[in-house]
Ligand binder design. Sequence first.
Ligand SMILES: [Zn+2]
Length: 171
Amino acid sequence: MVVRYGFPPELVVRPRASEADIEHAITTNREWLARQLAKSASSRLGLDRLTLTEAQGRREAHARIGLLAQSEAVALGVTYTRLTMRDQRSRWGSCSSKGTLSFNWRLVLAPHDVLDYVVVHEICHLVELNHGAEFWALVARRRPGYRESKAWLDEHGWEILAYRPPEARAA
Ligand SMILES: [Zn+2]
């Protein structure tokens, strides 16, 4: 089952699921579903009161992330080829095998430590292009408290991804 902020929950079933299978999935997931609905109904960060436009957010994100990425890359002795800001609804950042780093501009809405963790995470991928034990050991070495930032994203990330700048709200 999939719940996206601002959309009704979706039940994803196999193409040939029977009526009974679907009924069963709903019944067994009822509690989870209720929790998800309650969660999406209560916005806790109050981002809907912000007036940050996408252009402002991208500028700010580029400046802050660029600075963090540079200093972390220098510290690890790695280089990247490009740094781009993206408008994504499902991910925070990515690192291609060619060394292009992309970040979600909405990260400027997160606390500094969280933004910092995402940048460090992607820079660490320039050393380890996977999520293996070596990778996480490197992240932990660079940011010993990274688990807290990760937990913050799990808890509040959806609200940031759901942020609509004022110009998009009016449309
Ligand atoms: Zn990663």
